[in-house]
Design a protein around this ligand. Structure first.
Ligand code: FAD
Length: 399
């Protein structure tokens, strides 16, 4: 029996197209964009020409109607050039557009999805708050119905794509006394900025070029019909969304692992010390081998998780699901090997790896985010252990 990926011809073409585009259009700009922490304004317009912005959104809403495996292919290929912009695209598509696709009313889908798929709107998702990070269910933002509108008060932090974004999906407590069972999801326009809404850009040491915002809502009003899904049923939307988010964003971490390996293979064969390329030294060879093993293992976890979620009719996450465990495992592993591989890559580059001209240091700075974002490594381990200890089956295919 052979266990191997069998990507079809369309998927191979997709991977080649994305990487070629990223390498020709994006790569030459990355050093400057990273230094100035600038989001390239033409990013979604250019990506739109490849027809991939809304890749997992049905064609009736201007998407490409493909699956999460195809999203993973794209996040991975894009991250070989820019982990940060791969995250921005993933947040736009999987955190925002895909959650609208899965949960919103037909009217809201028709209103928001075409713009999110054709590059005229950038999407973002707000879960995290200044005092509710890993413990997301303790969020304090509230939504109170007043006539035909919801009145929103509170704040969200670390929101990818909020600065410069147009469509905002977020969670708020609609019945705070019910705890997690009193939470709902909403979608709204944030461009132009509505009354009572402010967004401040956050400065970061990595994932520069991907804009991150601190948002506050002060009696901000949104239409009553902008509730996504059922009232007080936000937890199911949130946990379901986090699974596909963790799987597809594993591609960001793994794209950087591949970049670290490719950059290090090249550099180590060119750099001569003690009369021979440093690649001839076993200490360097060991690092290259570790990067390769990390990359292959990470891909096995990610693509088996993406194939699994693609095969499910009801893609429910949360307690008691193998999907929650697989998604947490995929990003836990990809995130941790990502940091190690990129750190080894910097080491192989020596002092040059510490200089801003060499892209390996950018992958190193960016990769650290994947131990933190979408639920930290500690939280992912808690999820996996919770499911193991509660008897959730974890072996697919065999008894
Ligand atoms: C660049 C960036 C982009 C992001 N994008 C988004 C976004 O688009 N939307 C969004 O909603 N959020 C986003 N986030 C937020 C991210 O998901 C949170 O930062 C993450 O969930 C951790 O929350 P926290 O930062 O408040 O850390 P805390 O929850 O305060 O955790 C601090 C430390 O304590 C540990 N810890 C906490 N609880 C436990 C426990 N029970 N057991 C063991 N250890 C524990 C954590 O693992 C961590 O190491 C982003 C963050 C960053 C940095």
């Amino acid at each position: 029996m052979a266990i191997e990926f069998s990507f079809n011809d369309e998927q191979k073409m997709l991977a080649n197209t994305i990487y070629k585009w990223a390498n020709t259009w994006l790569e030459p700009q990355m050093e400057e964009l990273d230094e100035s922490d600038t989001f390239p304004k033409e990013f979604f317009k250019e990506l739109g020409k490849l027809g991939m912005i809304g890749i997992c959104i049905p064609e009736q809403y201007e998407g490409a109607g493909l699956g999460y495996t195809d999203v993973c292919i794209c996040t991975e290929q894009l991250a070989r050039v820019s982990n940060a912009l791969s995250m921005t695209w993933g947040a736009h598509l999987v955190l925002c557009a895909d959650n609208i696709k899965r949960n919103a009313s037909e009217e809201l889908k028709q209103k928001y999805l075409p713009g999110l798929c054709n590059g005229t709107a950038m999407g973002c998702l707000g879960i995290t708050e200044p005092n509710a990070g890993s413990d997301a269910m303790s969020m304090k933002t509230t939504a109170k119905l007043d006539g035909d509108s919801w009145v929103i008060n509170g704040s969200k932090i670390f929101i990818t794509n909020a600065p410069g974004g147009q469509t905002f999906l977020f969670y708020a407590k609609t019945a705070p006394e019910l705890g997690p069972k009193g939470m709902s999801a909403f979608v709204m326009d944030i461009d132009p900025q509505p009354k009572g809404y402010t967004c401040e850009k956050i400065r970061k040491f990595g994932m520069r070029t991907s804009p991150t915002g601190l948002l506050s809502f002060d009696d901000m009003r949104i239409p009553k019909e902008n509730l996504v899904g059922e009232l007080n049923k936000g937890v199911a939307i949130l946990t379901g969304g986090l699974t596909t988010e963790r799987i597809t964003l594993s591609g960001c971490a793994l794209g950087s692992v591949r970049a670290a390996l490719e950059l290090s293979l090249k550099y180590s064969q060119e750099r001569v010390q003690f009369g021979k390329p440093i690649a001839a030294q076993q200490a360097i060879q060991g690092k290259l081998a570790d990067m390769y093993v990390a990359y292959e293992t990470g891909r096995l976890l990610m693509y088996s998780a993406s194939a699994y979620v693609d095969s499910l009719t009801e893609k429910r996450g949360g307690k008691g699901t193998m999907l929650d465990m697989k998604a947490a495992a995929s990003l836990l592993y990809a995130g941790e090997v990502g940091v190690k591989a990129c750190m080894d890559g910097v080491q192989i580059h020596g002092g040059y790896g510490y200089c801003l001209e060499y892209p390996i240091q950018r992958h190193y700075r960016d990769s650290k985010l994947w131990d933190i974002g979408a639920g930290t490594s500690e939280i992912r381990r808690m999820i996996i252990a919770r499911e193991l200890l509660s008897g959730t089956p974890f072996i697919g295919g065999l008894a």
